[in-house]
Design a protein around this ligand. Structure first.
Ligand SMILES: Nc1ncnc2c1ncn2[C@@H]1O[C@H](COP(=O)(O)OP(=O)(O)OP(=O)(O)O)[C@@H](O)[C@H]1O
Length: 325
């Protein structure tokens, strides 16, 4: 059995909504509302959902930049939602993040050398020469010219800045990187390049990725396991094969139907299918969500496949999956 690097258990991140003269808390935004996933060493785990579903908040809670309302994040057998445990385990060194928008995540006033060296300075005691060698090596790995160290972020293209973001994230030799839509701001051709070298670096350093995206097409060739997130909860969870070949939840089907087809011959057919799925999604919400519009708990329908359904319905889906296998 593969070794788990991290386990997220019933994670909740709720933001208070205040109103009225006394500015009292009147409700909460349930950005993340009880999600549980396990990521294995060296794997890419896809976390997919449309805008506002709670993916970024999940990622930020995992790296510790967003406070957790409840639940556990288990790393090396210890709950790291407590900051003293994070310190003791060197968690902030082992778990890094790559952000979607490299322009705002890289400090525009700092040279690339200082940007990449910053996490190294936080966790290691290197001499200036050793530090410069490490930065040069990292730039080399992500395919950037060595004179890049003297430059500033605005002197690079979006794709190059994203590479610098990756170099910075791998600088401390982390075990897990939360990659929050790392390619969504890039052109298609540059997207493929960045994904390829992220894969390359993963193999070189044995890094696990939590790969966050709104696009099931982007993670198709990256992820071994996937979790589909909607309204702060998971609607479907499982192996790549389960999600792409036997999607069950209407929301997963809707995300899959949004992947554009390259093949001109099948475009009209695909458009029709997409409209059908959209219609089903709009008309049958009551079958897939409870009376308050909330996502049901996950039920197991196959060995590595869980779907958010009421229990009695899960039984039927389980039978269908068995038949199709
Ligand atoms: N600091 C905050 N205070 C209040 N609400 C917040 C805060 N941060 C996020 N939210 C809300 O939480 C929900 C989930 O946001 P989140 O950014 O995690 O979604 P997402 O799936 O990553 O979307 P996107 O891809 O657009 O970033 C949204 O409704 C958002 O408005």
């Amino acid at each position: 059995m593969a070794n788990e690097i991290i386990q997220i258990k019933d994670l909740k991140v709720h933001y208070p909504i205040r109103s009225g003269f006394w500015n009292r808390i009147t409700d909460y935004v349930r950005a993340v509302d009880g999600i549980s996933i396990s990521i294995n060493e060296g794997e890419t785990y896809g976390l997919i959902g449309e805008s506002g579903s709670g993916k970024s908040t999940t990622g930020k809670a995992i790296v510790g930049v967003e406070p957790v309302t409840s639940g556990q994040i288990i790393y090396k057998g210890v709950d790291v939602t407590k900051s003293r445990n994070r310190k003791r385990l060197n968690y902030n060194k082992d778990v890094q993040m790559i952000f979607q928008d490299s322009m705002s995540s890289l400090n525009p006033r700092k040279r690339i050398e200082d940007i990449i060296a910053e996490p190294i300075r936080n966790f290691e005691n290197l001499t200036t020469d050793q530090e410069r060698d490490r930065v040069q090596e990292l730039l080399d790995i992500v395919g950037m010219p060595s004179d890049a160290i003297y430059k500033y972020p605005h002197e690079f293209s979006g794709g190059q800045r994203q590479r610098i973001g990756v170099a910075r994230a791998v600088a401390t030799h982390p075990k897990l990187i939360v990659a929050d839509e790392p390619t969504s701001a890039l052109d298609l051709s540059v997207q493929a390049q960045v994904l390829n070298f992220m894969k390359h670096i993963q193999q070189q350093y044995d890094i696990a990725y939590l790969f966050i995206s709104h696009d099931l097409g982007v993670v198709k060739h990256m992820s071994e396991n996937l979790a589909i997130m909607h309204r702060g909860r998971l609607v479907e969870l499982g192996s790549r094969e389960a999600i792409y070949k036997h999607p069950i939840h209407i929301y997963t089907k809707r995300l899959l139907s949004a992947i554009p087809v390259v093949d001109v011959e099948h475009r009209a057919e695909h458009k029709k299918h997409r409209q059908q799925v959209e219609k089903e999604f709009q008309e049958n919400q009551s079958k897939w969500y409870d009376q308050d519009g909330r996502v049901f708990p996950l039920q197991k329908v196959a060995p590595n496949h869980w779907v958010a359904l009421p229990k009695e319905r899960a039984q039927k889906e389980e039978e269908k999956v068995e038949e199709s296998d």
